[in-house]
Design a protein around this ligand. Structure first.
Ligand code: SF4
Length: 271
């Protein structure tokens, strides 16, 4: 039996459905997925077992950090805003610290609605936001929406705004990017850019298929007996999905067990 460590941080996937189909997506999310949104019953079951285990950011429970606290993600969680609000509300009732939402910003089409949604989330107890920026998102989300999301999020959440990756936000601003850009056009524009080196991503899910030409290839046996990087079993930044899967670390497609029975799973371990 392998004992699993108690999770101190992680992300709750409300659904795998997304407005985008990014080439680097570690869970191969897409508009083609059925919603299968997490039910309120399962939301409560999972959150109530994470409560008391999730650790706050080193700067306090009101602050956010990527590998502390709990985030709401997908897929794109703003596709079901009512459910996202409910999830935030339950997490707040359960005193889960350092909560934030992760988004591709597709929904930030107008200042008023963007501000309204962010204020509602804050009122329900959400502490912050993580905004996704890199050339793969730029194929699907007009950059003006990302800019709007960052500007208004800073008004609403102050310091609790994480732009991932900030280097790309600064680069796109410097280039004066407008609208969406196909990856091939972006690469033509940025002749010297080494995407494999600059974009932080995990070679799994859709990335392993769509980005294979950006990386060297090795036969499977090359990886035998090598430890996973970062470790496969760990207490930080695990994911819990809408089907009840406890997904280890960043490993898409592998389930350690049913996170709706998290306490039992942690007590008994896995074969
Ligand atoms: S926006 Fe995020 S969840 Fe959606 S396809 Fe892109 S990487 Fe995946």
């Amino acid at each position: 039996m392998l004992k699993l460590p108690e999770p101190i941080s992680g992300g709750l996937l409300l659904s795998y459905r997304c407005t985008a189909e990014c080439r680097h997506c570690m869970y191969a999310c897409s508009p083609k997925w059925k919603g299968d949104w997490i039910s309120e019953e399962n939301l409560r079951k999972i959150l109530s077992q994470l409560a008391g285990k999730i650790a706050p950011s080193p700067w306090g429970s009101e602050m956010v950090s990527l590998n502390y606290g709990l985030h709401f993600t997908g897929g794109e969680p703003f596709l079901n805003f009512g459910l996202l609000l409910r999830a935030v509300e339950i997490a707040d009732e359960l005193k889960i610290p350092s909560t934030f939402v992760e988004t591709n910003c597709y929904w930030c089409t107008k200042d008023e609605t963007t501000r309204e949604k962010l204020h509602l989330l804050k009122e329900k107890g959400l502490r912050g936001i993580l905004i996704s920026v890199n050339p793969f998102y730029l194929e699907y989300v007009p950059f003006e929406r990302t800019e709007r999301a960052i500007r208004i999020s800073m008004e609403v959440f102050g310091k609790n705004v994480m732009v991932y990756q900030l280097e790309y936000y600064n680069l796109f601003k410097k280039l004066g990017v407008k609208g969406k850009i196909l990856l091939e056009d972006y690469l033509n524009l940025m002749k010297s850019e080494d995407l494999a080196r600059n974009v932080e991503l995990f070679l799994m899910g859709r990335a392993a298929y769509k980005l294979k030409d950006f990386y060297p290839k090795y036969p499977a046996h090359y990886f035998f007996n090598q430890p996973c990087q970062p470790p496969f079993i760990r207490n930080w930044h695990n994911h819990f999905d809408n089907y009840g899967n406890f997904l280890p670390g960043y490993c898409g497609g592998i389930s350690l067990g049913d996170c709706r029975n998290l306490d039992e799973l942690l007590k008994e371990g896995i074969d």
